[in-house]
Design a binder for this molecule. Structure first.
Ligand SMILES: NC(=O)C1=CN([C@@H]2O[C@H](COP(=O)(O)OP(=O)(O)OC[C@H]3O[C@@H](n4cnc5c(N)ncnc54)[C@H](OP(=O)(O)O)[C@@H]3O)[C@@H](O)[C@H]2O)[C@@H](O)CC1
Ligand SMILES: [K+]
Length: 367
């Protein structure tokens, strides 16, 4: 199931929600861990085919989830093992190991040996970890990524910055990530997005106390719904005017693509304010896109890209109802001047396009 405006939790928001649920509301941590592991075990079952399941477990509660997944699958008759990669164990992990051992779940130290294929479950590090990755997890992630079998991450792929999607070192390359209660920003931002695979959000009963500072994931369906429909036969003058400032030297294409996108979304007129070189690219833009060079070319006023562009002259993008401002090449200051009553969108360059028309922004909920 996809969800429209899915809220996201940063690492600190996830930790605060854990604390609130366990300490203030009194929900027992093992109950939450059991629910988390049950959701992950179901996904592992669906992904494994006939393969055995190997859970690579770190020292914290993410590792505890991994041991619990191996135990649940073992109970379902699946050949599952847990591999403890660290000497240290959180109290919750130690409890899980003790329980799994009593039930005869194979638990080993270090990485699996041999070349047999398996579904690898990444239970190394979760939202309690901050990159850059340290050993032994650098070696473990590299080892796992060299294997051809399917891969499932618990909460976040190990090595990924859950807040930013940055990957300062190796990152577990998951086919699917089961994340808890709310997805995390890093799972949807390049390069983290590619490392996360399909994102499944599992509600395990953790609740947040403070909902004031939430980041939302924009769903493509919701965006489509918010685009105004066109009246049949309407004139271009009735369909809005979009101004675009961009197309610095070396990156003229972004402004043209943004203009074409605005037209496709229904705008009647698009004006691109760009520099001399960008104007060349704008000349090849679809009908409906005007070029206005801020370097005193079409009366838009101000300096060219890389300097400062000022909008406001009639005929230029200053007359637009909404203005997109591109990120300037070379780190110069872009442009501001949209005015209080107009929409302004920063960085319309779209450097990292969404494969499949943005479909990967969708998250599946598991309840
Ligand atoms: N009851 C709950 O709260 C529930 C929690 N749940 C699960 O717990 C996860 C959060 O667990 P967590 O807070 O224990 O942290 P976790 O991600 O396992 O890592 C901590 C360990 O990593 C280590 N470490 C840190 N950075 C590192 C680095 N760069 N490179 C290497 N090591 C590094 C760090 O070591 P230290 O820095 O302390 O030396 C510490 O030992 C969460 O994602 C979810 O899966 C669910 O079961 C639901 C119920
Ligand atoms: K993980």
């Amino acid at each position: 199931m996809t969800r429209a405006w899915a809220t996201l939790w940063t690492r600190s928001q996830a930790a605060a929600a854990d604390r609130h649920t366990i300490v203030e509301l009194g929900a027992p941590s093992p109950v939450l861990m059991e629910r988390a592991a049950l959701c992950c075990a179901r996904e592992a079952l669906a992904m494994r085919g006939d393969l055995p399941v190997w859970a690579l477990c770190g020292p914290g509660n993410n590792g505890g989830d991994g041991v619990a997944v191996a135990r649940i699958l073992h109970g379902w008759g699946v050949p599952a093992r847990a591999f403890l990669l660290s000497e240290r164990m959180s109290p919750e992990l130690a409890e899980q190991v003790a329980l799994a051992e009593k039930l005869g779940v194979p638990i080993e130290r270090g990485l699996p040996q041999g070349q047999a294929e398996a579904l690898i479950v990444d239970a190394m590090l979760g939202t309690g970890a901050a990159p850059p990755l340290r050993q032994p997890f650098v070696a473990a992630v590299t080892w796992a990524n060299a294997r051809s079998g399917p891969k499932l991450s618990i909460d976040i792929p190990t090595g990924l910055d859950a807040d930013t999607g940055a990957a300062p070192g190796p990152v577990f390359a998951a086919d699917r990530t089961v994340t808890f209660v709310r997805s995390k920003p890093g799972l949807h931002v390049t390069p983290g997005r590619a490392a996360s695979g399909e994102v499944v959000v599992a509600d395990i009963g953790i609740v947040s106390q403070d909902m004031s500072d939430e980041t939302c994931l924009i769903d493509p369906c919701e965006v489509a719904r918010s685009i105004a429909g066109l009246k049949p036969g309407s004139h271009k003058g009735e369909r809005g005017h979009v101004g675009i400032v961009g197309g610095s030297a070396g990156t003229p294409g972004a402004a043209v693509l943004a203009g074409a996108a605005a037209l496709r979304a229904g705008a009647g007129l698009v004006t691109i304010a760009t520099d001399d070189r960008g104007a060349g690219a704008a000349a090849g833009a679809p009908a409906g896109v005007d070029g206005a060079a801020p370097r005193r070319r079409a009366g838009a006023g101000g300096e060219g890209a890389g300097g400062r562009a000022r909008l406001g002259a009639r005929g230029g993008p200053g007359g637009a109802g909404g203005i997109m401002v591109g990120r300037p090449a070379g780190g110069g200051v872009g442009c501001v001047g949209a005015g209080r009553d107009r929409g302004a969108i920063g960085d319309a360059a779209g450097d990292h396009a969404a494969p499949g028309g943005g479909g990967s922004l969708a998250v599946r909920e598991d309840r």
